[in-house]
Design a protein around this ligand. Structure first.
Ligand code: TXA
Ligand code: MG
Length: 338
């Protein structure tokens, strides 16, 4: 099939809406990463998402809406969930809610909760509104690849597999939404994102982070968020993360680099001079920059054919926790404390 990439004009949005209502797949920009959408109420359409991505069927999808009036037919949010939606929607927060019958099992991989998200990206909102149906959408990458933050990344993975990609430019945040379980008294972050623990706690008093966020699951352990179980975000080259003081990290990375043929260093701007003339890819200046550059940087390293990636750890505060959660997985937990 031919995959069209269109600027989000009125006509393109109408075409996207038409495709979605007909049970076809459309990739679209959000403020986090690009999504691969299908009508969430059409089980066959949702199955096509799993096929296009090569995604394991036990990994549930997030359902995207543009208006709160859509919630009622789909799920039963708790009081806490509603407060979080009031404060952080539209935006990069997914709230798990008890699902209603209308949501097909294939969307939630048989779980009794459904992840609900209202994106803030104007193209996503316009498309969701035009489609008029809730849209199930994972990140629009092939399973195991870094999430796409530009339309070109989506095309790289999905060319020939889907009819349409809406091109909304580069995504602002660059890491996927925060996935939050708000079913108990204290909300729990299952996947960190740009809505941080500090922000959630500031609103509702307390917020926990699932301890599987920064470590591999143990043999036989049940993942609170099934996606955390699978290999993820992987570049083609082997990635190692170095954590410690800036000087110790730079020293360890220089040493590792000099022992390799074809390595590249992922570093914050302020540290790049410490690597002299060695090849570097910038992670930007701030934690938000690091989030924005992370997946694009991993894909860029692949394009340039680097076989060894050496990355500086970032602080695990605020959105840094999301960056480190993704980096640690991309590195298959090869994180060295120096
Ligand atoms: O920012 C985002 O969330 C992007 C954009 C497109 O909205 N979407 C996204 O979807 O990242 P995906 O499928 O790549 O990641 C969804 C994560 C997975 O780790 C999945 O296991 C988890 O959310 N998840 C979804 N529904 C869940 C549920 N009912 N219970 C627990 N975890 C759930
Ligand atoms: Mg994903």
């Amino acid at each position: 099939m031919e995959t069209k990439v269109l600027q989000p004009t009125e006509a393109a949005l109408a075409e996207a809406a038409e495709l979605l209502r007909a049970g076809r797949l459309v990739a679209f920009p959000t403020e986090t990463v690009y999504g691969l959408g299908a009508d969430a109420l059409n089980a066959d359409a949702v199955r096509a998402i799993f096929a296009a991505k090569g995604r394991p069927a036990d990994n549930p999808l997030i359902v995207h809406i543009w208006d709160r009036s859509q919630l009622d037919a789909l799920c039963e949010p708790t009081e806490t969930a509603l407060r979080l939606m009031d404060r952080f929607w539209p935006g990069p927060l997914t709230v798990l809610c008890r699902k209603k019958q209308a949501v097909p099992e294939v969307v939630t991989a048989g779980l009794d909760t459904v992840g609900m998200r209202m994106p803030s990206h104007p193209v996503a909102r316009a498309m969701l509104k035009a489609a008029g149906v809730p849209v199930a959408a994972p990140s629009a990458n092939l399973s195991t690849r870094p999430s796409p933050t530009t339309a070109a990344h989506v095309l790289e993975d999905m060319d020939g597999r889907i009819p349409l990609i809406l091109d909304g430019g580069a995504c602002d945040y660059g890491v996927e939404s925060t996935v939050l379980d708000a079913s108990g008294t204290v909300p729990v972050i299952l996947r960190p994102g740009a809505v941080t623990r500090e922000m959630v706690a500031g609103l509702v008093g307390a917020c926990e982070v699932a301890d599987s966020v920064m470590r591999p699951l143990k043999e036989g352990e049940v993942a609170p968020s099934p996606g955390m179980r699978h290999r993820h975000y992987a570049p083609k080259g082997r990635l190692t993360i170095y954590r410690g003081s800036a000087e110790a990290v730079a020293q360890a990375i220089r040493q590792a680099y000099d022992a390799e043929e074809n390595a590249v260093i992922l570093a914050l701007d302020a540290h790049i001079p410490m690597y002299g003339s060695r090849r570097t890819l910038s992670m930007g200046a701030t934690l938000l920059d690091a989030a924005h550059h992370l997946f694009a940087g991993l894909r860029e390293a692949d394009h340039r054919g680097y076989t060894r990636l050496l990355a500086e750890a970032v602080s695990e505060e605020a959105v840094g926790l999301a960056v480190m959660n993704r980096m640690a997985r991309a590195a298959a937990f090869d994180v060295e404390d120096v």
